[in-house]
Design a protein around this ligand. Structure first.
Ligand code: SF4
Length: 362
């Protein structure tokens, strides 16, 4: 069932710490990603972690697929720029090795980690180490009996799968739990998270699994993650795109900024253009986009580029800087005031110089 919250109100979850990062309990929604390097390749893994940190990733995750990966962890953890989660499938002994190496968190897949005694052993070790465990359900690896019971990957099957492992952890006295219920179909994923959000207060790691390539995959991720965040659901997120994980973190930043859950960044508002358009809106917007790419003002900066006097002055006034097209040029607005009328040739250089000045000020 969907919980109706006031706009901007987030589901209250219990906090867990992942290294220095608080997840849940009202903390800002954190961004995580997962390396696609072989963990045993320490140099490549560290280089990618640094690249992820550079674009704003806050938590890294590494596949620990075999003994060689587990043996590489101490060298990685010694200098990792990010707190790290070990992603474990099939072999609970790798989880124990990761804890021993000093990992900040674990992700276990209830569909393939094995029986209760193994989960309890891992829980006890994680409890002693003071680290959280994510119960990471994935539609692609649901237990066979659940697939048989529900007929396919359904929200109920994902929730029941998570519930089984949560129960095992709680029975072992372990409550530093995070939950994810990822599916590649948006309606299933949304429904599963809504159901889980309504029945427990554990923090939720949200994401659309196997979303695909940047492009449609970005759109899919933004719809799924954005819908949940807009409903107040989600404490940490990972965008899953095929390719360089740096793109995942960039998209995650954009999602959080556009929902105003994270300050900073530049937002360009430009009209779709129509028969009334008086200026080259697309060319102006592209030039502004090139100018602001990579800029990180300390406060959100909104720039409006509007083609005519219908909605132009209104949007331009609301923005930090804005243009409203008119006959042979347009009006330039700053902080709600008209600061001049410029010819079409003069509009762009004037706008760009004012953007630079504002970014400096912010
Ligand atoms: Fe058309 Fe003016 Fe609206 Fe742009 S702002 S879409 S030019 S009516």
């Amino acid at each position: 069932m969907i919980q109706i919250r006031e706009p901007g109100q987030r589901r209250l979850s219990r906090p867990v710490m992942l290294g220095p990062v608080q997840i849940g309990g009202g903390a800002p929604v954190s961004i995580q990603s997962m390396n696609n390097t072989r963990t045993a390749d320490v140099a490549a893994t560290l280089a990618q972690l640094r690249a992820l940190q550079d674009v704003g990733c806050e938590i890294g995750r590494l596949a620990v697929a075999d003994e060689e990966d587990a043996q590489a962890l101490p060298a990685i953890l010694r200098v990792s720029p990010l707190p790290l989660v070990a992603d474990i499938h099939f072999d609970y002994r790798l989880a124990l090795a990761a804890i021993q190496a000093g990992i900040s968190g674990l992700r276990l897949n209830p569909g393939n980690i094995g029986d209760k005694t193994r989960v309890v052993q891992v829980a006890k070790a994680a409890l002693s180490a003071g680290i959280p465990i994510r119960v990471g359900v994935n539609g692609g690896s649901l237990a066979k009996d659940l697939l048989a019971k529900y007929g396919s990957v359904t929200a109920e099957a994902l929730v029941e799968s998570a519930g089984r492992q949560i129960e095992m952890l709680e029975d072992a006295g372990f409550y530093r739990i995070k939950i994810s219920l990822k599916a590649s179909r948006l309606p299933v994923m949304l429904d599963a998270y809504r159901q889980m959000a309504a029945c427990c207060d554990y923090p939720l790691h949200i994401g659309v699994t196997e979303a695909g390539l940047p492009g449609l995959g970005s759109l899919k991720s933004a719809i799924g993650i954005g819908t949940l965040l807009a409903e107040g659901i989600g404490d940490t997120l990972r965008v899953s795109l095929t390719g360089d994980p740096v793109a995942e973190v960039r998209l995650a930043q954009d999602i959080l900024r556009l929902l105003e859950l994270r300050p900073g960044g530049v937002q360009i508002i430009s009209c779709p253009t129509c028969g009334r358009t008086k200026i080259e809106v697309a060319a102006l917007a592209q030039a502004v986009q090139r100018e602001v790419a990579g800029l990180k003002p300390g406060k959100p900066l909104t720039i409006a580029i509007m083609g005519c006097a219908v909605n132009g002055p209104g949007e331009a006034r609301e923005a930090d800087l804005g243009i409203a097209g008119g006959q042979n040029g347009g009006l330039l607005f700053a902080k709600g005031e008209v600061i001049g009328r410029y010819s079409e040739e003069a509009l762009l250089p004037e706008l760009l110089s004012r953007i630079r000045a504002l970014v400096e000020e912010y």
